[in-house]
Each structure stands twice: as structure tokens, then as C-alpha cells.
Design a protein around this ligand. Structure first.
Ligand SMILES: O=C(O)[C@@H](CO)OP(=O)(O)O
Length: 227
């Protein structure tokens, strides 16, 4: 037999819009570059945003209007840092570079044409069994996932209860979203993260993290914090 709930008992919080808004993490993929989709740029220096990529960066800043942002972090690579610039200008917040948000270290595959890589037998492993794959003289997908998950965990802990915006890269963001959803790393290629897109994760004490948005390129972001 279960005791009746007293009529004045508080209603338990049921999600991020309840009394405790928790910590809101926004993961932004950098805007397009001249080689996005054709070359695996990895950590090679000197790759900058295209005109379209700069427009996508502006759009991210516009979409953040109305959201009270506490901190901005970025992968140190140029294409990520350039994507932060309109948001930094609009919010007045400085950007802190964080190696935990870096692109995967693709090792000897860095700078290769994706069409050439797709012809290799190893490409099938990258697509279908990524948890077993290490890039030649580079990082494994498992290491990349552990790195990004640790990085965003530390940043959210440092800004508990706040809104944290992190600018990163496709594969690390896919791996972070997969981890939050409980999706096996071997299925993480099913998640699409487009240039200039925003994905949102909410962390509320005592609750499982909640994925609020994935690969969004148009929805207003202020509504993520409720009315
Ligand atoms: O080359 C790509 O498709 C992705 C992989 O993560 O890299 P980036 O997001 O840096 O463009």
C-alpha cells in the first residue's frame, strides 16, 4: 500500500524548464571553409572560413540574441576561432581556447581528399566500426570521444547553472551527442552535424543529461531557457 501524497507536496522537477534550469551547453560546429566536405582538414593550420562560413558565424550570433550567455570556448583552430568572432562581439565575452574542443587528430590522413580516403578499405571501419579505429599515427575515435566528453564536463562544472557555448568540429560534436544519448560510438556516424549548426545539451543536478537540439541551423536559441 502506498501512502497518499499530501496535497501541498512540491511537484518534483520534470526537466530543464522546472525550477532548476541547470547548465545549458551549446555545441557549435564552425562555419564552412573552402574545402568543407572534400578534404579532411584535421588539425592542419591555415584553414579559414569561406564567405558562406562567415555568414553562418553571423547567424549563430543572431540566433543567440536573448539568451544570457556566461562563457565562450573554442577549439584553437582558425576556422573555429573565426566562427566565434560575431558571437564574442555581440555578447562582449572573450573567447577561451580549449584543446579539449580540438578536431580529431587524423594523423597521416590529415589533409587528404575525402574521395581518396573513401576508396580505402579502412574507410568502411571508420563508417561502421569507428570504436575500433585509430587514425594512422593519430587519435582513436574512442580517445576523441573521451577527450570531448571530459572537456565539456569540466566547462559545464566551471559554469554550473549557466549557459556555455563551445565552438568545435563535426566529429567531436557527434561523439559528444552520441555519448549523451547513450548511442554506441559505432553508430555515431548516423548523427549529422552541419557547418554553423548548434546542438544543445542540458545538465540538471540529479537528472540524466537531456539533448534538447541536434544540428539546428535555424531555430531561435533563446527558447532553450524557457519563457
Ligand atoms: O572534415 C570534416 O568533415 C570534419 C570532421 O570532424 O571536420 P570539421 O568539422 O573540422 O570540418
Amino acid at each position: 500500500m502506498t501512502a497518499a501524497t499530501p496535497p501541498d507536496s512540491p511537484v518534483p522537477p520534470s526537466g530543464p524548464s522546472a525550477r532548476d534550469p541547470g547548465t545549458l551547453l551549446l555545441l557549435v560546429r564552425h562555419g564552412e571553409t573552402p574545402t568543407t566536405g572534400t578534404v579532411l582538414p584535421g588539425r592542419a593550420p591555415g584553414l579559414h572560413l569561406s564567405d558562406r562560413g562567415r555568414a553562418q558565424a553571423e547567424q549563430v550570433a543572431e540566433r543567440l540574441e536573448g539568451l544570457s550567455v556566461d562563457a565562450l570556448y573554442s577549439s584553437p583552430l582558425e576556422r573555429a576561432c573565426e566562427t566565434t568572432e560575431p558571437t564574442s562581439a555581440r555578447t562582449g565575452l572573450a573567447v577561451t581556447q580549449d584543446d579539449g574542443l580540438l578536431e580529431c587528430d587524423f594523423g597521416e590522413w590529415t589533409g587528404a581528399a575525402i574521395a581518396d580516403l573513401a576508396a580505402l578499405p579502412e574507410w568502411q571501419t571508420v563508417q561502421h566500426s569507428p570504436s575500433t579505429f585509430r587514425f594512422p599515427n593519430g587519435e582513436s575515435f574512442t580517445e576523441m570521444q573521451e577527450r570531448i566528453v571530459a572537456a565539456i564536463g569540466a566547462l559545464c562544472a566551471a559554469h554550473s547553472g549557466g549557459v556555455v557555448v563551445c565552438f568545435s568540429h563535426a566529429d567531436p560534436i557527434k561523439a559528444a551527442v552520441a555519448h549523451t544519448l547513450g548511442t554506441p560510438l559505432d553508430l555515431f556516424q548516423r548523427i549529422v552535424i552541419s557547418p554553423g549548426s548548434v546542438s544543445a545539451i542540458s545538465f540538471v543536478d540529479g537528472q540524466a543529461p537531456a539533448v534538447l537540439m541536434v544540428n539546428s541551423t535555424s531555430e531561435p536559441l533563446s527558447e532553450l531557457r524557457g519563457p
